[in-house]
Design a protein around this ligand. Structure first.
Ligand code: AMP
Ligand code: ZN
Length: 115
């Protein structure tokens, strides 16, 4: 499968790992837009949020559980933001489901969301 994030999960492309379990892999975004900017992805390939269905939806819970663990470990008690971009209009550039964890700064809302 010619997918950047599948290659990262397989270790074929290097990444700065921050978390891993049976289902989830998380690593530092290569071009961070906040002091903390991690990507949480399912190890299994899913193209994006639009590919979530009744059969595979449990992975989203696994990802959010991983996010909460990492946020607690990193002391992000003052807050964080989780974003997934789905499709062209939202600016999704890698077609493997991923959730951005952003933290470490006071965030605005509509300006950052680009709407
Ligand atoms: P999106 O634009 O929502 O699809 O997010 C894709 C994210 O992947 C962007 O924030 C990129 O900076 C990040 N990214 C692309 N290639 C890599 C890589 N090799 N390692 C880590 N992050 C990457
Ligand atoms: Zn993939």
């Amino acid at each position: 499968m010619d997918c950047l994030f599948c290659k990262i999960v397989a270790g074929e492309i290097p990444s700065a790992k921050v978390y891993e379990d049976e289902w989830v892999y998380a690593f530092k975004d290569i071009s961070p837009i906040a002091p903390v900017h991690y990507l949480f992805i399912p190890k299994e390939h899913l193209s994006g949020a639009s590919a979530v269905n009744e059969e595979n939806a449990a992975i989203v819970g696994k990802i959010f559980t991983a996010i909460a663990k990492v946020a607690a470990q990193e002391g992000l008690a003052s807050g964080y933001r989780v974003i997934t971009n789905c499709g062209e209009d939202a600016g999704q550039t890698v077609p493997h489901l991923h959730f951005h964890l952003l933290a470490g700064t006071k965030m605005g809302w509509s300006s950052e969301s680009g709407v």
